[in-house]
Design a protein around this ligand. Structure first.
Ligand SMILES: Nc1nc2c(c(=O)[nH]1)N[C@H]1C(S)=C(S)[C@@H](COP(=O)(O)O)O[C@H]1N2
Ligand SMILES: [Mo]
Length: 207
């Protein structure tokens, strides 16, 4: 009989070792089996009648989608890992929602568009290079592990960019601004790295 694993602490350690061996645990991160909540400011309320999603900047035609229009877009499901700069990682999250590429088809960025400033409720922003959003793994998620997002995890919808630190995975997302040059978002203006690769430990602008 195997006694290790009877206790959640052992289970956590075992999984952490497994992820490290598989090359999925970025340096100086530890695995969490829970799902911490982390954000600046308060949890916004959602009203489907007034919610909208804007797309502007270096694109062919600025546009605005209602909640109903956004929900009519084709959906995908993606399983990915999630790494917060405060050193916890959560593995094998199943997200479902609308792929970034689906929204990009509507946005039609101009050739000059190389960066995106992602906008959320209450003025939160995060900058991501367009090539990093234009990937199969990036989506606007409405569901996590089969259930609608909880309000404090981004309900009704959040961006998921699994290969960058989680501050780029903008909760309560409300719009995209396409740019020809990189512009710092909220945390980037406060000393965080402009790109944020967890495997290169790009935590702060000095890394
Ligand atoms: N709108 C918004 N999105 C946000 C944040 C925030 O403050 N506001 N914090 C980010 C940070 S730092 C992290 S680690 C993740 C945490 O997501 P979670 O609370 O669902 O774990 O959300 C990111 N998205
Ligand atoms: Mo974070």
């Amino acid at each position: 009989m195997e006694f290790s694993g009877l206790f959640t602490g052992d289970e956590r350690k075992r999984k952490e070792r497994e992820m490290a061996e598989a090359g999925r645990l970025p340096p100086h991160q530890s695995l969490t089996l829970k799902w911490p909540v982390l954000h600046y400011g308060s949890v916004p309320t959602f009203d489907p009648a007034t919610w909208d999603f804007f797309i502007r900047g270096a694109i062919e035609q600025p546009l605005r989608l209602t909640w109903e229009e956004f929900q009519r877009l084709p959906r995908i499901e993606v399983t990915s890992d999630f790494h917060c700069v405060t050193r916890w990682s959560r593995f094998d999250n199943t997200w479902s929602g609308v792929s970034f590429r689906e929204v990009m088809k509507l946005a039609r960025p101009k050739p000059a568009a190389k960066f995106v400033l992602v906008h959320a409720e209450q003025g939160y922003t995060a900058n991501v290079p367009l090539v990093d959003l234009d990937r199969d793994s990036v989506l606007f998620a409405t569901h996590h592990d089969g259930k609608p997002l909880e309000p404090d995890h981004g309900y009704p919808m959040r961006l998921i960019v699994p290969h960058l630190y989680a501050w780029k995975s903008v909760k309560w997302v409300r719009g995209l601004e396409f740019l020809d040059r990189d512009m710092p978002g909220f945390w980037e203006q406060n000393g965080y790295h402009m790109y944020g690769d967890p495997f290169k430990e790009q935590r702060f602008d000095t890394d």
